[in-house]
Design a binder for this molecule. Sequence first.
Ligand SMILES: Cc1cc2nc3c(=O)[nH]c(=O)nc-3n(C[C@H](O)[C@H](O)[C@H](O)COP(=O)(O)OP(=O)(O)OC[C@H]3O[C@@H](n4cnc5c(N)ncnc54)[C@H](O)[C@@H]3O)c2cc1C
Ligand code: SF4
Length: 461
Amino acid sequence: MMAKGERLSAREQDAKERMDNFDEVSLGYDEKQARAEAERCLQCKKPACVGGCPVGIDIPAFIKLLKEGNPAAAIKKIKEKNSLPAVCGRVCPQENQCEKECILAKKSDPIAIGLLERFAADSERSQDVAAGSKVESKGKKVAVVGSGPASLVSAGDLAKLGYSVTIFEALHKAGGVLVYGIPEFRLPKKIVEAEIDYVKGLGVEIRTNFVIGNTLTVDDLFEQGYEAVFIGTGAGLPHFLGIEGENLNGVYSANEFLTRVNLMKSHLFPEHDTPIKRGHKVVVVGGGNVAMDSARTAKRLGASEVYLVYRRTEEEMPARAEEAHHAKEEGIIFKTLTLPRKLIGESGWLKAIECIETTLGEPDASGRRRPVIKEGSNFTLEADVVIAAVGTGANPLLLKATPKLKLNPKGYIEADEKGTTSMKGVFAGGDIITGSATVILAMGAGKQAAASIDEYLSARA
Ligand SMILES: Cc1cc2nc3c(=O)[nH]c(=O)nc-3n(C[C@H](O)[C@H](O)[C@H](O)COP(=O)(O)OP(=O)(O)OC[C@H]3O[C@@H](n4cnc5c(N)ncnc54)[C@H](O)[C@@H]3O)c2cc1C
Ligand code: SF4
């Protein structure tokens, strides 16, 4: 019997079993667990958890409905504010948001808000309840560029307000990072598809294989009768290591590696005809969620040794603690306080990576202690695949074709807190403004921009 106040753990696929498959690792709560966890909520009069949620879900209200055994009403409550609850329940860093603010966190474990959100969303899906429905049209068209979480939420909210919304997506599948970045074992694609179907059910049209800035420009969209444009093109341009040997065969950016596996199903070659090199000894450089996803994917593709090379200590790693924990359980070897120096090849193919040890110096601009090289500590790791997961930049295609759009010094779109850009009628949100951030922040920005677009178009009526 659990001590009162102790949080219930979710069921998980066994670490040994999951190494051979891409099935979901966390299995969430069953009904009994969800009700028991919901029972722990104090139903605070001034719920601090809500303040920690970037989209302002009425958290105590939906938890109360779960406690009463009514997941259908709970999901309705959540969807008043969040169109992608099954996604958020799985990948949002709740530990730094709603759960961090939960009053119970002061003395014991906070309520597992994310797992409860996931349970409510999954219950609805299992009962095939189509929650999306069209509303009366306002007779105005809005274009949304990109189909990641910022765009999906913005499009969904605008459709709920009666606008006729078309999403233009460059890739052949909608969902942005949710489909091409985050792997199946953390976020099953059928779940993303179900949430996209919900947005489509609200009347949103999605046109894939459509690159704005190439097939049509932003100005063309206005000429075609769209009265406002939301840009949610993300930060999909990979940064590279900038060291010797980066052009060798076997060196990937995390972006290319994960896209090949997720979207092009390269691990199922020749059934799907985009091959990927299945490394025997793989080194992933980086310490964020993207690095963890790459390392765990490489392991599932059959690598015998996967190293994670990170220049600071585990404490400074930006990855969610849960992801680092799962990676370790799966046998990923953490080589912290280590920096890559050179990639070594033979006949054009990668053979090894030379690294050097670091120590931590004074804090830098990011507030984290700066890695300082330990001269003479060079060592070599054998590797036939190296994956660089060291950050991304703004997706440049649309920006180059839209010179009227003001950018900040880092190359991201300049916009105010309402998502308003320097171009009349053009709004933006998500990673294309902030740089690589989180799903829920992108959703919050999409929501805010939808409200701004409504205000802008209502004033023009
Ligand atoms: C591997 C990985 C793991 C992550 N893990 C987590 C996690 O666990 N939790 C979390 O909260 N966040 C995570 N993130 C970050 C999160 O996914 C992003 O912050 C979020 O997806 C940003 O949403 P967005 O809508 O701004 O952009 P994106 O999701 O990047 O979507 C942008 C879309 O725009 C399209 N596009 C770009 N240019 C054009 C154009 N010119 N015309 C038409 N379409 C265009 C792109 O193809 C893409 O589909 C992760 C990111 C990655 C890469
Ligand atoms: S702060 Fe915690 S205990 Fe209070 S209502 Fe929110 S989830 Fe429940």
